[in-house]
Design a protein around this ligand. Structure first.
Ligand code: AMP
Length: 279
């Protein structure tokens, strides 16, 4: 049975019992509309912790676009059935007033890694992420937290945050889960029309082509320029960024002497897709 808990107070009681028993608690923060990507995190948490909490909170503070927040898919009953099937101990699903009660006045802000790419195109987004993640770590007291590499920059921001603030939660990054055609699973994919869904894998495909070219010695500029063109030609409305960066510091790189990552965000109709791969 998965317990559904909505208040921080009730969660604290639950976790206190686990802590007394010496259990290692794992948390998987999500915004719901769960898919196999989320469930892979829950399974990793199951394997690497004694108790598993999945949180579902569509965090208004991390949405820079009110329309995106309004249209964000929600289906808690379906989500709960999936978590039950995976043996998750607690679904923590607080309302906005539980997370941001009257008088709430704090903000956690990570500089550096949060500034380019998502940070530049979604102002305030990572402040919202850092703030809610700090709160969720405080509320769940989790020893481990599982995050998807799908949101590579987010993983780097959260790693920086726990190091900087001495938060005793270990961050465990988990591989991106993809559809058979390569499209990274995302809750926003359900908003794609059938025609857009057919175009969507072009993002990952062209990123792979560019990564292979760079590995083969092509200049990053040339490879990324060609990929950008190909993504637009496939039917994407715009490419917000397509960058080759140091995998950890996220600084721009042009050579491959350290682990590098190719990261992209592109608009397909009204849906914003992001992806990243190792180079
Ligand atoms: P979200 O609900 O989109 O905020 O995502 C919650 C967590 O699931 C984040 O750590 C995401 O990186 C992770 N996640 C989302 N999509 C995928 C995916 N396709 N593969 C692996 N992890 C994912």
């Amino acid at each position: 049975m998965t317990d559904v808990i909505r208040s921080a107070e009730a969660l604290r009681e639950k976790v206190a019992g686990w802590n007394r028993a010496g259990a290692l608690v794992g948390v998987v923060p999500t915004m719901g509309a769960l898919h196999d990507g989320h469930l892979s995190l829950a399974r990793a948490a199951r394997k690497q912790s004694d108790r598993v909490i999945v949180t579902i909170f569509v965090n208004p503070m991390q949405f820079n676009n009110p329309e995106d927040l309004k249209k964000y898919p929600r289906d808690e009953a379906h989500d709960l059935a999936l978590l039950e099937a995976d043996g998750v101990d607690v679904l923590f699903a607080p309302g906005p007033e539980e997370v941001y009660p009257n008088g709430f006045a704090s903000k956690v802000s990570v500089s550096g890694v949060s500034e380019p790419m998502e940070g530049a195109f979604r102002p305030g987004h990572f402040d919202g992420v850092a703030t809610v993640v700090t709160k969720l770590f405080g509320m769940t007291q989790a020893g481990r937290a599982f995050f998807g590499e799908k949101d590579w920059q987010q993983v780097q921001v959260v790693q920086r945050l726990v190091r900087d603030l001495n938060i005793p939660t270990r961050i465990i990054p988990c591989a991106t889960i993809r559809e058979e055609d390569g499209l990274a699973m995302s809750s926003r994919n359900v908003r794609l029309t059938a025609a857009e869904r057919a175009i969507a894998p072009a993002l990952h495909r062209e990123m792979q082509t560019a990564a292979a070219a760079i590995r083969g010695g092509a200049s990053a500029d040339a490879a990324l320029g060609a990929a950008r063109k190909a993504i637009l030609a496939a039917g994407f409305a715009s490419v917000e960024y397509l960058d080759l960066r140091d995998a950890e510091t996220l600084e721009t790189v042009t050579s491959l002497d350290r682990p590098a990552r190719l990261l992209a965000a592109a608009m397909l109709g009204e849906v914003r897709l992001i992806d990243n791969i190792a180079v």
